[in-house]
Write a protein that binds this ligand. Structure first.
Ligand code: AMP
Length: 209
């Protein structure tokens, strides 16, 4: 099953993807995670994208498309994939269609106010990528209870970057909702409840038990 996870930053796509990987047994491919790993490794890609990402802007289509095209050529995606955070522009969606058959697009629907609450309280494990929240799932100190990694606040979860990312989402990514709806590929999932309920909403949408 080739799935795309669509929705604003903070909709819970990453958290849901971690659950969906266990349910569907397909790899989770997050362009944001790939960029963050490149930044941590200080690779040429990381050096190129760090300032853009910290400011809450989008990395250029050419770089991002090349990255995903390469990743989808790996053997582990033969049984399917969950693409999280890609495509984010119509140009990316059209490029994707030229090298992979999109199955369904899951649209995680959530209002802006909830996004701001989630992102401003989000904390992330540097090692395993697990998402915590200071109110709903607080980490113990700055250590990840799952892997012992360091828990930190993403640079792009600052108040200013959150507003920028929401703006960029509305302008450049939200048009993909109608784009995929018109193709008959869109599945809407209410992303407002707590994660357990969103998992149930997701399973119902993609028809798995
Ligand atoms: P995410 O973890 O999905 O919120 O992505 C973090 C940041 O990585 C975004 O705010 C963008 O700067 C960059 N990024 C991730 N995916 C894409 C994409 N498909 N196109 C352009 N930039 C992206």
């Amino acid at each position: 099953m080739n799935l795309i996870f669509l929705g604003p930053p903070g909709a819970g796509k990453g958290t849901l993807a971690a659950k969906a990987v266990e349910i569907l047994k397909v790899p989770h491919i997050s362009t944001g995670n790939i960029f963050r790993a490149a930044i941590a490794a200080q690779s040429p890609l990381g050096l190129k994208v760090k300032a853009i990402i910290d400011a809450g802007k989008l990395v250029d289509d050419e770089t991002t498309i090349a990255l995903v095209r390469e990743r989808l050529a790996e053997p582990d995606v033969q049984t399917g994939y969950i693409l999280d955070g890609f495509p984010r522009t119509i140009a990316q969606a059209e490029a994707l269609a030229s090298f992979s058959a999109v199955g369904k697009v899951v649209n995680f629907d959530i209002p802006d106010a909830a996004v701001v609450e989630r992102l401003s309280g989000r904390r992330v494990c540097r090692k395993c990528g697990h998402n915590f929240h200071v109110l709903f799932d607080p980490p113990k100190g700055n250590i990840c209870g799952l892997c012992g990694g360091e828990v930190y606040t993403r640079d792009d979860d600052s108040e200013e970057a959150i507003q920028k990312r929401l703006h960029v989402y509305r302008e450049q990514t939200a048009p993909l909702i109608d784009y995929y709806r018109q193709k008959g590929l869109l599945l809407d999932v209410d992303a407002r409840p707590a994660v357990g309920q969103v998992v149930e909403n997701f399973k119902k949408a993609v028809s798995v038990q």
